[in-house]
Design a binder for this molecule. Structure first.
Ligand code: NZQ
Ligand code: ZN
Length: 392
């Protein structure tokens, strides 16, 4: 049965080759006075993208200040730096050139500039968001979907807490997406992105109650497309169509489309479990998700094996039998095999981390927000279940 829903995607998407040249015009349309040009560590400079963007801003006489150095799993200290700079310079628009980390850092700066006070309080659920300074992006990696999502995920170095915050006011005003900009990605980052994109759809797919037929079909088609495109990109970096499909899937996976009409917003336990791994060990988000998938899926699938069996049939063409549990296990195994085939880790060892039991206890405690929440929907996970999955 279809559940009522609101679908809100206010982001103007400008997709295709050379689209970054339009950035000056798009920023100008926002009517802002001063832009903060926000970017990561090296790639945007190295590839010449930053220079092209500055040229486009200069051509429209847009004044801007720069702040680079955002790292993956973006840090609160950089957000603070951005807020201070933004206040000093009268910034009223944030232009994020990069991936999820840069966009999320820009959104956090946007919250800070809008409200004043300590921005972490929003991530720590001590204050409610009311608005955000407008953000736009030139996307350089297909992965997190932040270019169309209402989320921002920040790591507070004080306690290694990685926390997400959702608010519609942070949705990008525009997202420039040129698939060619992703040709320079290391293979590892391309594949981390593919996993993250898949998981944004799978988190919405694996819920215990009703889903909408059309949404299931969209989700399954998206997953098949990402798998096919990732396999193409195993052997070549510059297949435009594969890059384009993955890039568009990144946005559609996390803008609400693949969950519309479903009875719950999703499961999201794998993501929350990964956030603690990222917070403690600074692993790449997609790799962390790949590493936790198998342990999570095998722990929960008995709640409704038919759902995993249907997924296996629609996404991997696994023939269904009378034995839904066996079919479900085949589907879980097939996802794992796919992750392996694109050189993604499928357990902690392959991810390169070896948490002690004490560290697992700490991750578990943080995942439950120190005993204040449970995780998941397919199977609701409390501290015991979370620890079991981490210990698997
Ligand atoms: O810093 P630079 O030098 O740019 O290098 C980056 C970074 O090292 C590099 N890179 C990006 N574009 C490139 C490139 N290298 C060469 N050529 C290019 N064109 O890639 C590395 C990873 O970048 P990052 O932005 O961290 O990747 P991603 O987009 O996967 O973002 C990950 C972050 O997003 C969060 C994750 O938790 C993680 O912190 N998420 C955000 C979400 C959201 N806001 O909706 C949802 C997700 O579930 C996720 O949690
Ligand atoms: Zn994700």
């Amino acid at each position: 049965m279809t559940t009522d829903f609101t679908y809100y995607t206010p982001t103007r998407v400008v997709f295709g080759k050379d689209t970054e040249k339009q950035v000056g015009t798009l920023v100008k349309e926002q009517g802002c006075k001063k832009v903060l040009l926000h970017y990561g560590s090296e790639s945007a400079k190295r590839t010449g993208l930053l220079d092209r963007i500055k040229a486009s801003l200069d051509a429209e006489n847009i004044s801007y200040v720069e702040l680079g150095g955002v790292v993956p799993n973006p840090r609160l200290s950089k957000v603070h730096e951005g807020i201070m700079l933004g206040k000093r310079e009268g910034v009223d628009f944030l232009l994020a050139v990069g991936g999820g980390s840069v966009i999320d850092s820009a959104k956090a700066i946007g919250y800070g500039l809008y409200h004043g006070g300590e921005v972490w309080d929003f991530y720590d659920q001590k204050r409610q968001v009311e608005g955000c300074i407008p953000v736009g992006t030139v996307l350089t990696i297909a992965a997190a979907g932040s270019e169309m999502s209402n989320s921002s995920v920040i790591t507070n170095e004080d306690g290694n807490l990685k926390r997400g915050l959702n608010h519609d006011s942070s949705r990008c005003k525009f997202a420039i997406m040129n698939p060619e900009l992703t040709y320079t990605l290391p293979q590892y980052q391309t594949m981390c992105g593919a996993v993250d994109i898949m998981m944004h759809t799978m988190e919405r797919y694996f819920i215990i109650d009703d889903t909408m037929d059309l949404t299931d079909e969209i989700a399954e088609g998206l997953l098949r497309t990402v798998i096919k495109s990732a396999l193409v990109l195993k052997d070549t970096y510059d297949d435009y169509d594969a890059r384009a499909n993955i890039m568009w899937a990144s946005s559609l996976s996390h803008n609400g489309l693949t969950g519309a009409g479903n009875s719950a917003p999703g499961d999201w336990a794998p993501h929350q479990l990964e956030h603690e791994m990222g917070g403690m060990f600074d692993v790449a988000h997609g790799a962390g998700l790949a590493a936790i998938w198998d342990s999570w899926a095998r722990y929960v699938y008995k709640q409704k094996p038919e759902r995993f069996a249907a997924f296996g049939s629609a996404v991997f063409g696994i023939e269904r039998t009378e034995d839904a549990e066996a079919d479900a296990l085949k589907a879980i195994e097939q996802v794992k095999a796919f992750f392996k085939s694109i050189s993604m880790p499928t357990n902690f060892r392959e991810l390169g981390i070896a948490p002690t039991e004490e560290q697992i206890d700490e991750m578990t405690l943080k995942a439950t927000f120190f005993g204040k929440r449970t995780l998941g929907n397919f199977l609701v996970l409390g501290a015991k279940e979370i620890k079991d999955i981490y210990m698997d």
